[in-house]
Design a binder for this molecule. Structure first.
Ligand code: SF4
Length: 351
């Protein structure tokens, strides 16, 4: 089976400025893919076929543009017409770079941490302006870009204004980026990020507001929280909608849907759970995806009979099922119910 829908590549975990939610020490991994290895990986991506190829820094904090060979790698992707999505804080964007990115058919995801005051509080003074300036340069050059907001308790009451901001600066979409889960030390995530996360009730409020806003903004603007609970929100509001939600990892059992490749080339079905299925230095994407499809642990996770707590009896579990990685980070058990879900199941057959 050839071709993959989504491939998310953490190009580097290095960062040059520590935010309130930064994890790790900001240094690159000693075994990060070299420029030549990165090019070899890109060739594998092109040979296999990837519909949506994301080049990112470490979750929330990072910026792939920090690597000196960033533009060399981007130009290499254009030799294979990969048209990647680049997720960045936008600080390194200037007119020249934006023109180059446009000529390589890149699409951008510009990350901020909230409205100005919140952003400056979480990322440091001037962070917001720099990101918005970068976003506006993308708009000027005709690069398709989307605004991604790091979801903390500070943005819960800012959703409407953030969506307005996205529209005002020419963004074609808006999404929320979860702080947890991340593919790094569980204790550090809980200690540092746990207190910043919205409560389950606050998160439910955000998702309902996003649903309401999606009806106002029109179809040309992509308003998606990329959140496992959102399919349930859609179904609750529009029971007749045909939906296939749930964890992308499980969809790999039927087709090639989702793969994460970390900066050291290790390939994961879910990096937070440590579900590693190969190494792009040695393996083809086909071999890696075959291993996921035949994995006993993925099959076990996808079977809702194995899931505990309220997710096991929830009438929405076939389109949701909760995030196993969040269950693992918060409870130490990947088979547990999702502790961040505010929904109280009515039980199967109640819809
Ligand atoms: S209880 Fe579990 S399956 Fe039901 S909506 Fe919440 S997370 Fe999803």
């Amino acid at each position: 089976m050839r071709g993959l829908k989504h491939l998310v590549w953490t190009f580097t975990r290095a960062y040059d400025k520590k935010f309130a939610y930064s994890l790790g020490d900001g240094r690159p991994l000693p075994d990060e893919l070299t420029t030549d290895e990165a090019k070899m990986f890109i060739k594998k991506v092109a040979d296999f076929g990837v519909e949506n190829f994301f080049i990112c820094g470490a979750e929330a904090t990072g910026d792939p543009m920090i690597r000196k060979d960033f533009m060399e790698i981007i130009k290499y992707t254009s030799e294979y017409n990969l048209a990647p999505y680049v997720k960045t804080n936008g600080w390194k964007l200037d007119e020249h770079i934006v023109k180059e990115l446009a000529s390589c058919n890149c699409k951008m995801i510009i990350s901020i941490a909230g409205l100005k005051e919140t952003d400056d509080f979480l990322r440091g003074e001037g962070a917001y302006e720099q990101s918005i300036k970068g976003a506006k340069l993308c708009a000027k050059e005709g690069i398709l870009f989307s605004l991604s907001v790091v979801n903390t308790k500070y943005v819960v009451n800012q959703i409407r204004n953030l969506v307005k901001l996205a529209l005002d600066i020419g963004s074609k979409g808006f999404s929320l980026a979860s702080l947890i889960p991340q593919p790094i030390c569980v204790e550090e995530q809980l200690q540092k990020l746990g207190p910043l996360e919205p409560s389950p009730e606050e998160h439910e409020k955000e998702l309902n507001e996003i649903y309401a806003l999606s009806k106002e903004v029109g179809k040309n603007f992509k308003l998606l929280p990329y959140d496992i609970f959102y399919t349930r929100i859609l179904r609750q509001n529009e029971p007749s909608l045909k939906l296939t939600g749930g964890c992308s990892l499980y969809h790999n059992l039927k087709g090639n849907e989702w793969l994460e490749v970390l900066d050291n080339g290790k390939a994961y079905g879910c990096s937070t759970l440590g579900l590693m299925f190969g190494d792009v230095r040695e393996d083809s994407l086909g071999e890696i995806m075959d291993r996921i499809r035949n994995s006993d642990i993925v099959k076990k996770l996808a079977d809702m009979n194995n899931i505990k707590g309220k997710c096991s009896i929830c009438e929405f579990n076939t389109i949701c099922g909760g995030c196993r990685a969040k269950a693992y980070v918060y409870t130490g058990d990947m088979f547990n119910h999702d502790p961040l879900c505010a929904y109280k199941p009515k039980g199967k057959g109640s819809r």
